[in-house]
Design a protein around this ligand. Structure first.
Ligand code: G1P
Length: 268
């Protein structure tokens, strides 16, 4: 199975820091934020991580490319731990496709279609770090219990915040699992079907990728992944794993990025 990480965004909230450095390359404790997400995809059973990049964010590609000269220099100087870190980062099975127009998350995911071989796939949004790398592992268990159905992670939030997220409708089937009956992207708070919001970790059937080809621009004029998930419900079951506030650390704003640095540093 492959894991997709959309990474073509402009990083507006971090300007001017992200004028020359991609948002995904901002440091969190000891590595760029996207490296945590790549490592999570690999720890969750992905055999390859496909980053949906933009053409002017080459620093991400340089980060995951081998650098034998740097590695050799570090070894000559006896800095083997750093040499190992350079080697390991360059050896990760990461590949790149490009999203040339900012048409939305659904469009970004669809750009990965040629890499997917018609198989189930994971999507990991890069704004959150899952510190124990177990969320997608648990989602895979839920999928296996339900015949390979798509599974998404959802986080309960206060009702007044739901309009910032995708929101599910459904019925609870066990302690932390819901059967999804509908999804809506960024609904007004008083129209939201629940307070369970789409968190940014998805385990999806290949049919979602097919349906994305026909999704029309939705909220914000963007092609929404949520709309493809809503469409697939007419044909397939989908489940949601309810997670807690400490299962994922946000890095999407300067404040949450700083807070995540402190929390992850404290865990080391
Ligand atoms: C995206 C998804 C949304 C999800 C959110 C999680 O929205 O479209 O459904 O709840 O990520 O962060 P975005 O934050 O890109 O607007």
């Amino acid at each position: 199975m492959k894991a997709l990480i959309p990474a073509a965004g402009m990083g507006t909230r971090f300007l001017p820091a992200t004028k020359a450095v991609p948002k995904e390359m901002l440091l969190v404790v000891d590595r760029p934020v996207i490296q945590y997400v790549v490592e999570e995809g690999l720890a969750s059973g992905a055999d390859e991580v496909v980053i949906i990049n933009s053409r002017d964010k080459k620093a991400i590609e340089d980060h995951f490319a081998p650098n034998p000269d740097l590695e050799a220099t570090l070894r000559e100087r006896g800095k083997d731990a750093y040499a190992d870190a350079v080697r390991d980062t360059g050896n990760m099975p990461v590949s790149f496709v490009y999203q040339d127009e900012p048409l939305g998350l659904g469009h970004a995911v669809r750009c990965g279609a040629p890499k997917m071989d018609g198989e189930p796939f994971m999507v990991l949004l890069g704004d959150v770090i899952v510190p124990d790398n177990q969320m997608l592992v648990r989602m895979k268990q839920v999928s296996d219990e339900h015949g390979g159905a798509s599974v998404i992670a959802v986080l309960p939030v206060p009702q007044e915040q739901v309009s910032r997220f995708g929101v599910i409708d459904g019925t609870q089937v066990s302690d932390d699992v819901w059967k999804v009956s509908g999804l809506v992207e960024k609904p007004p708070a008083d129209e939201a079907p629940s307070n369970l919001t789409v968190f940014g970790r998805y385990l999806l059937s290949p049919r979602v990728m097919e349906l994305l080809a026909d999704v029309q621009p939705g909220v914000g004029g963007e092609i929404q992944l949520t709309d493809a998930l809503e469409a697939v419900l007419a044909e397939e079951e989908m489940y949601a794993l309810v997670i807690g506030p400490d299962d994922g650390y946000d890095t999407g704003t300067v404040e949450s990025w700083l807070d995540t640095n402190n929390r992850l540093f404290a865990r080391k």
